[in-house]
Design a protein around this ligand. Sequence first.
Ligand code: TMP
Length: 176
Amino acid sequence: LVREAEIIPVRIAVRNMVAGSMAKRFGVEEGTPLPRSIVEYYWKNDEFNDPMVTEEHITAFGWAAPQDIDDMLALSLRINDYLCGLFYSAGLKLVDFKLEFGRSYDENGEMRIIIADEISPDTCRLWDVETLKKLDKDRFRHDMDDIAEAYQEVARRLGVLPTNGPDDVSETKIMQ
Ligand code: TMP
């Protein structure tokens, strides 16, 4: 079930609306729609607070090759299209999300770029289509309540909330 990957130290953010760091950086109101999806690259480095970088930084510093970037970009846009539809059908707007990638090698040494990360309400901004209620990690970031209920609501709408699982999600439990 688990495949080894060589982690690329670049985080990709795909944005469909202005929110979070983009709202702060440009002084634009959260929820402003973007005319087209915007893809941003960040260097994953805690010491330097994960600065935003361009493709030129990525290739100049050897974090990824031009072909890797092309693959990451194409995958990110396909994932965005797919997830926007999936979440919209569950009454949720996919405001933005982040992805991380790695290089995976098969038995012949052929490399391919794969997602090396989770996609969850921890890594997406998801707003209710009607009420614009935040159903993602921003509830935690902004000290709002009901975070577990919000995550369960997302799972319920997607039809993936285990109905026979424990209701108490405050601690990790193994479920079959
Ligand atoms: P940002 O607005 O803070 O740049 O975040 C953009 C998206 O990326 C948002 O959906 C939250 C997600 N994200 C993470 O999952 N982990 C992170 O460390 C950061 C900075 C953002």
